[in-house]
Each structure stands twice: as C-alpha cells, then as structure tokens.
Design a protein around this ligand. Structure first.
Ligand SMILES: Cc1cc2nc3c(=O)[nH]c(=O)nc-3n(C[C@H](O)[C@H](O)[C@H](O)COP(=O)(O)OP(=O)(O)OC[C@H]3O[C@@H](n4cnc5c(N)ncnc54)[C@H](O)[C@@H]3O)c2cc1C
Length: 287
C-alpha cells in the first residue's frame, strides 16, 4: 500500500538535512526493513521519502580520543565484521548473530534499529550497557547529542524532531579489563524477536565493583537500564549473595507485559535468571 510521495536520494549529510527540512511529512529510509514491513499494515504517510542508502558518511565506524563512533547507516553485517576488542565484540557479535538472518543483516542499519525504538530492538541493550549517546543533526539547529536512554521516550517514540537526522551513535571505548555479558532469549536461535535480551558491562577494581551497567530489552515500553540493581552492586564484591540480590532487584525494576511471545511473569523470571547468570559468568571471565 503506497500513497503518492516525492522521493530523493541525497549523496551526503548536508543534502539529507536539506531534504529533511522540507515542509510536510518527510520520512528518512535507511535499509527499509522496518518501513517495508510496516507498509503491509498501513500506507506510508509521507510527502517526501529520503533514501539514505547513498550517504557514505553515515556508514563508517571510527575510534577517536577514546570514543567509538558508529555511523547511523552502519549495517548489522558490517558490525559483525568489525573487531574493536573484547568487550564491544562480546556484546555486539552475539547480538548480530542472533539478529534476523544474513539478508536482513546486510540491509538493516543501527540507526534504523534505534529510530524504530521498539522495546525489543536488539541493538539497544548493548548500546545502553556501553553508555551510548546519539548524535542528531538538523539544517536549522545544527548538532546535538543526548544519552540513548533519553532518546527513547515511549513505545516507538523518540526525542528525534521531524527535521533531524540521526547521524551517529557514540560511546566511550571500554577499558581493557571491562567485563561483559550478552544474551538474547527468543523462540529460535536466530531470526526471532527477543522475549528478553540483556547486556551487562562491569569493571572490578581490587575485587570490588567499580561500575556496573545492566541493560534490558523487551521487558518495558522502552529498552532500559536497571539503576537500582546497578547501585546495589557498586563497591561490592561479586559474591553469590550480592549477585542474587541484584538479580531480584533487576527483575523488580522491569515492567514486562504479556504478549503472544511470553507472559510478563515469565519475562520477569527470565530477567532474574539472566542477571544471575550474567554476573556469575562475569566473575569467571579473565580480563
Ligand atoms: C525479517 C526481519 C527480521 C528482523 N529481525 C530483527 C531482529 O532480530 N532484531 C531486531 O532488533 N530487529 C529485527 N528486524 C527489524 C529491522 O530489521 C531493524 O529494526 C533494522 O535495524 C531497521 O533498520 P533499517 O535501516 O532497515 O530501518 P528503516 O526501515 O529504514 O527505518 C526504520 C525507522 O527509522 C527511521 N530512520 C532510519 N534511519 C534514520 C536516520 N539515520 N535518522 C532518522 N531516522 C531514521 C525511519 O524513518 C523509520 O522510522 C527484522 C525485520 C525483518 C523484516
């Protein structure tokens, strides 16, 4: 189902921003893997479609001054091929392997995943665990960055203004001794929407937790961190009592719903089990 709309294919970010500044309803399209599926449900409500696939600037990954920058147009196939070091690969590679299948991974972009703002979007927990921020640009207001957690505002709602382009996602390069855990629970090992997904990063300083970030997907209206569980871990040794307590608190912080994939009660139990498993595995990880 397609209505009449104009179409443009900018060659760089400036042209894309100029296109997004047009009056009317302007819809950026990256890989199109969400937008094409949505067309089955409703016609595309657009006066102008801006095809971002020709904007090469959006497709690069770089590391500068300790900050990692993922262009919004980086595909999941590219992410899977990228070897930046243990902690990032430990989160991103299993996430990419469990993401859709190879054909979709070639098209689907990280920016599209973030902008679609599904609570089950697979990139969100790893990015939240890496303390990521999004970079948005518009022709009228220039550039701004905001923490990813603030970008997500509700079910499929973000802080992006209609004339803004998500240009990049940035996060600090993890320390060499950063520990990590990632798990996606779905009905299948690949090509499945997550029932629960979890990403943890954690660093120990002389045996005590220096920082812990626990990020959860598909258990609240938006992908979330578990701040109470994180503060409970702060400064503690990772023994069984502390791990169990953090897992119980993280499960309590989650707000899962019942749907055809799983009940809310099951999801909450899985949060507890996976936080416990993640923190336990982290204690055994050599850095
Ligand atoms: C068969 C299949 C399997 C899938 N499996 C998974 C899965 O396992 N896990 C998962 O998380 N998702 C999955 N998806 C969903 C989808 O592939 C992802 O959400 C993907 O990352 C979307 O990226 P895209 O580039 O295709 O986005 P698009 O469809 O092009 O765009 C998605 C939304 O983001 C906006 N947008 C895109 N880029 C920008 C930008 N730079 N700035 C501003 N707005 C932008 C668009 O306007 C649109 O609203 C699957 C989809 C299909 C069809």
């Amino acid at each position: 189902m397609i209505n009449d709309f104009d179409f443009t294919r900018p060659r760089n970010v400036s042209e894309a921003l100029a296109a997004l500044a047009h009056d009317g309803c302007v819809v950026p399209v990256a890989g199109g893997t969400n937008i094409m599926v949505n067309l089955k449900r409703a016609p595309l409500d657009a006066d102008l479609v801006v095809d971002l696939s020709g904007v090469e600037e959006l497709k690069s990954i770089s590391v500068n001054n300790g900050r990692v920058r993922l262009g919004a147009g980086v595909s999941f196939a590219h992410l899977l091929d990228w070897h930046p070091g243990a902690a990032i690969e430990g989160l991103m590679h299993p996430m990419c392997v469990a993401f859709a299948g190879p054909l979709i991974r070639n098209l689907a972009t990280v920016g599209g995943n973030v902008c679609d703002a599904s609570a089950a979007a697979d990139i969100s927990p790893p990015l939240l665990a890496l303390d990521a921020a999004v970079e948005l640009q518009s022709a009228a207001h220039g550039r701004r960055t905001l923490p990813l957690a603030e970008f997500f505002q509700g079910v499929r709602r973000t802080a992006r203004r209609p004339d803004e382009l998500l240009t990049a996602i940035e996060f600090p390069q993890p320390a060499e001794d950063e520990r990590w855990f990632y798990y996606k629970l779905g009905k299948r090992k690949a090509d499945a929407i997550s029932i629960v997904s979890i990403a943890i990063t954690l660093r120990l300083e002389q045996g005590k937790v220096e920082h812990a970030r626990i990020a959860l997907g598909a258990v609240a209206p938006v992908a979330m961190r578990a701040p109470e569980a994180e503060s409970l871990l702060q400064g503690e040794s990772l023994d069984e009592t502390v791990i169990n307590a953090a897992a119980v608190v993280a499960a309590r912080e989650s707000r899962p719903i019942d749907d055809f994939r799983a009940t809310g009660a099951y999801r909450r139990q899985m949060v507890e089990a996976l936080v416990k498993r993640g923190l336990t595995e982290i204690t055994q990880q050599s850095t």
